[in-house]
Design a protein around this ligand. Structure first.
Ligand code: FE2
Length: 284
């Protein structure tokens, strides 16, 4: 592992907001709308995790999207996906669903279980203006298809981008997204190079805490990493209980962001068009 010379510091810790979406699914919105500009090209991060079926059983019935990509990463539980392009898939533990909404899809994500735990993340990745109306795409990446790197007390699942020479399951040219699931044994250390201009954040979902420089990032907290031009990456050290976290980074698009619910475009006019197209049945 190449040693970093000057790791990034934590700019801000974020707790996330308890909310519900779909048909009453309880979740924590970690990346909220007010952080979209700061964390460009990422628009949203939801963390869901419960072993109470009442919190998830309603699922996410048919709803539309346009203008960006949704990335769902399952840790526990199973969700059945169906969309208007005719795609169907089962999201299972350790697997990823990468859906490019492009000009529009209508889809549902419904629990395929009556009880047990349901846990995972949904990330929204913006598309550059030129790709917002692209043909919709859909990929299921099962757990064994997610490339991994193993080090001393460290396991890194490379969902997007690359880490320690391991190329991840998904690459995107415009935003070069990095999406890592990092598992650290007690007091294990991991360093990940990051381009200074890329916006980056991490979210701790297991263990007691991760040290980023002098800052302790506790479980269920997001840390936004400072964009210091002199810095070359992030250094993570797990606490005594070990830790698991997701680390996400990408090149900002620097384009206007206009959002109306599940539509994310560049202008208000494009949002009006999206709603009209949806109401006229042109997204299906
Ligand atoms: Fe959705």
């Amino acid at each position: 592992m190449t040693a970093l010379k000057n790791p990034r510091k934590v700019e801000r810790l974020v707790q996330g907001q308890a909310t519900s979406d779909g048909a009453g699914v309880k979740l924590t919105r970690v990346l909220t709308q007010d952080l979209q500009r700061r964390l460009d090209p990422f628009l949203m991060l939801d963390a869901f995790g419960t072993d109470n079926p009442g919190d998830y059983i309603g699922g996410f019935p048919d709803h539309p999207h346009r203008g960006f990509e949704t990335v769902t990463y399952m840790l526990q539980g199973r969700l059945r996906h169906r969309d208007s392009a005719g795609n169907e898939g089962l999201l299972a533990p350790g697997g990823v669903q990468w859906m490019t909404a492009g000009r529009g899809v209508i889809h549902s994500e419904m629990p395929e279980q009556q009880d047990g735990a349901m846990e995972g993340f949904q990330l929204w990745l913006n598309l550059p203006a030129r790709d917002k109306m692209c043909t919709p795409g859909y990929r299921d990446i099962s757990a064994p298809e997610v490339p991994e790197w193993q080090g001393d007390g460290v396991r890194v699942r490379v969902i997007a981008g690359s880490a320690q020479g391991v190329t991840g399951a998904v690459q995107r040219e415009a935003t070069a997204p990095l999406y890592l699931d990092v598992h650290l044994a007690p007091e294990a250390r991991y360093e990940q190079p990051l381009p200074p201009g890329h916006n980056a954040f991490l979210y701790v979902y297991r263990g007691d805490m991760v040290l980023v420089g002098a800052t302790a990032v506790r479980r269920q907290r997001m840390a936004i990493l400072a964009n210091d031009p002199a810095c070359d990456g992030v250094a993570l050290v797990a606490g005594a209980a070990g830790a698991r976290l997701i680390l996400i980074a990408g090149r900002p698009l620097g384009e206007p962001i206009a959002q109306h619910g599940p539509f994310v475009m560049n202008t208000r006019e494009e949002l009006v068009q999206a709603v009209e197209d949806f109401n006229a049945g042109r997204l299906a």
